[in-house]
Design a protein around this ligand. Structure first.
Ligand SMILES: [Zn+2]
Length: 70
């Protein structure tokens, strides 16, 4: 949630957010032209990179829980 308060740029077509305006514009251009997303572009979106952070945090939490049981 808090990461969304950072300055991000939204592709108005697919709704994904990007850290830089150029990438958001590239995504929008691609989305409008192809009516689908470019995986190489969406891989850099806030949603994708944020999801990776969540996965790492969950893994750390699981590891900590395991140590406490022992
Ligand atoms: Zn897009």
């Amino acid at each position: 949630m808090k990461d969304m308060s950072c300055a991000t740029y939204e592709c108005e077509f697919c709704g994904l957010h990007y850290f830089d305006e150029d990438t958001a514009q590239s995504c929008l251009n691609w989305c409008v032209e192809h009516n689908s997303c470019n995986l190489e572009i969406t891989a850099t979106s806030v949603e994708r990179t944020h999801k990776a952070d969540d996965d790492n945090r969950n893994f750390s939490a699981a590891t900590t829980e395991l140590n406490q049981i022992e």
